[in-house]
Write a protein that binds this ligand. Structure first.
Ligand code: GLN
Length: 220
């Protein structure tokens, strides 16, 4: 039977607001399409081999868990970059999205270095302010509308050559200022939308799965 291999990156540490639902939604979609699914948590101290996976999911977390993960990232940065550049499908939510960038400032204003695979960076909001609540966005590529839930103290700024994943219709998104939400590069999406995103937005789940299937078939 055809098989999809999923890496839940730091799944034992970064999994807030039911982000694991994204892995479950992709698994469900894979089963529907006749695939067997193999999911592995790759965490602190584990090797990440980009050729082993068809889909990488990098969830959100609290500052404390993010700081633990941060210390391990150095070993995985080049391999993750290789996965992304080879059109691997990666979805990063909130904390995972922040860690793909240059750095973020936590709630105590400590600077935490990210993977620096992408040029976005994340500052902390003043007076411990957080963006919390429902969010509605429009996909900047397909025009599809997605709904989710955001809860972040960080405010993220994209570089000029980064494309936003979506435009904010309701809520705050990256920074509450420029209406951008997340970023997209090749088959990588970073976003602040918990929900879980793929469980709440079936069209996006189907489209992400199609990318996974295309790559899985190409590589095997
Ligand atoms: N600690 C980060 C922030 O508050 C990420 C939160 C999250 O992943 N939900 O900005």
């Amino acid at each position: 039977m055809k098989r999809i291999n999923i890496c839940h990156l730091y799944g034992n540490l970064l999994n807030t607001y039911g982000d694991i639902g994204n892995v479950m939604a992709i698994s469900h979609e894979a089963h529907k399409n006749g695939y067997e699914v193999n999911t592995k948590i790759v965490t602190v101290g584990d090797d990440f081999n980009p050729n082993d996976y068809d889909f990488v999911f990098f969830g959100g977390g609290q500052d404390y868990e993010q700081s633990i993960v941060q210390k391990d990232l150095g070993d995985k940065a080049n391999k993750l970059k290789e996965f992304i550049e080879n059109d691997g499908v990666l979805l990063a939510i909130c904390g995972g999205y922040q860690l793909l960038g240059k750095y973020y400032y936590d709630a105590y204003n400590n600077k935490i270095d990210g993977l620096s695979i992408f040029p976005h960076y994340t500052k902390n909001q003043e007076n411990s302010k957080r963006f919390t609540g429902p969010i509605k966005i429009k996909d900047s590529l397909t025009g599809d509308i997605y709904e989710g839930f955001e809860n972040h103290g960080g405010v993220t700024f994209l570089s000029e050559d980064q494309n936003p994943f979506a435009i904010v219709l309701d809520g705050n998104g990256n920074n509450g200022l420029d209406k951008t939400e997340g970023f997209r590069y090749k088959n990588t999406i970073g976003t602040y939308l918990h929900g879980p995103l793929l469980a709440r937005n079936e069209v996006l789940c189907e489209n992400v799965f199609k990318l996974i299937e295309k790559n899985a078939n190409l590589s095997k």
